[in-house]
Design a protein around this ligand. Sequence first.
Ligand code: PLP
Length: 400
Amino acid sequence: KLDFHPSGRHFLQIPGPSPVPDRILRAMSLPTIDHRGPEFGALGLALLDKIKRIFKTESPVIIYPASGTGAWEAALSNTLSPGDKVLMFETGHFATLWHKMARRLGLEPEFIGLPGYEGWRHGVQADMIESRLKDDVRHEIKAVCVVHNETSTGVTSDIAAVRRAIDAAGHPALLIVDTISGLACADYRHDEWGVDVTVSGSQKGLMLPPGISFNALSDKAIAVSQKARLPKSFWAWDEILEANKNGYWPYTPNTNLLYGLNEALDMLLEEGFDHVLERHQRWAAGVRTAVEAWGLEIQCQDPTVYSPVLTGVVMPEGIDADEVRRIIYERFDLSLGMGLGKAKGKMFRIGHLGDCNDLTLIATLGGCEAGMKLAGVALKGSGVTAALDYFANHPLKGDN
Ligand code: PLP
């Protein structure tokens, strides 16, 4: 509960759901229409075409009325059969949950990674994938599943390197990638990186509320899905692809969220997609400057894979990160991401994705700084001042 009567906007700085822009909220407030009528068909066709540009693919993108977890299940159940071996890489909490799901679906997932907590502070190690695939001389592993932007740690793995590893091993496994929190914030190239299924969601870089998720496909994934034997019905691509040819779905889609998606895609494409990605990189760099000025550690220990979506801030020994977050919420009406799984209580996460700007981030850092002081965290200096200087001295290109 807040310590005061709230006024002004709540600061939603968790790494998704991200703040929804007013323009999208307004678009979603239009009346719901007949999902089998001509107006809907035109909207459906426009959306299915525009969304490909965000995934950087020429192949179909399936849109589900479901959270990201649903699209995880869809990716596995459309491409795999009971007992199939799947190679997954432990990057953090979301990779762990996906691994658990694979087991529950009747697959045989193998979870590899750096020892102990190290995996939660680094990205996917493509060389480990390559050597495991080389050992699999009978090609029993049917898919390699990795998380692109690990939302629990703030690490964005190099997916092109994973593709190269699979190719170097001469292995036919499918490459299935979760970019639920990476899409439309971090650079992502479904076709160029040779990804077979990309899984994503609405409530992060696309700036929508939760409730839509995606599977971007490849020709190989579609061909494999025709023989895959895990049970599927609602998630099955075949009927959706058929209905999508005319802009419809085989069931009732979430019409108003699709209005929002249409608006979000227009916003991203009007701004210029490269500009969107650059904006996130710059915010992330500003936030890291603040963490450095505080004298604190960033959860990600490999600077080549710092996430442009969120930054994990590690608390000094003896400080409970959840207690710090509680103080920040109660005193400043600011929500930050908690440490999940193995990171519980050790760190908090600052989301810098979607509909933010320099000053919302400065305010966010202000809340963090004041809250940490109240919680007794010894800070080396002011992160707010450091980030302000960073933003002032690094104007975003095209912003004049
Ligand atoms: N994968 C990643 C990387 C995520 O960040 C999330 C949610 O935060 C999920 C999967 C699960 O998605 P959802 O909570 O929308 O079901």
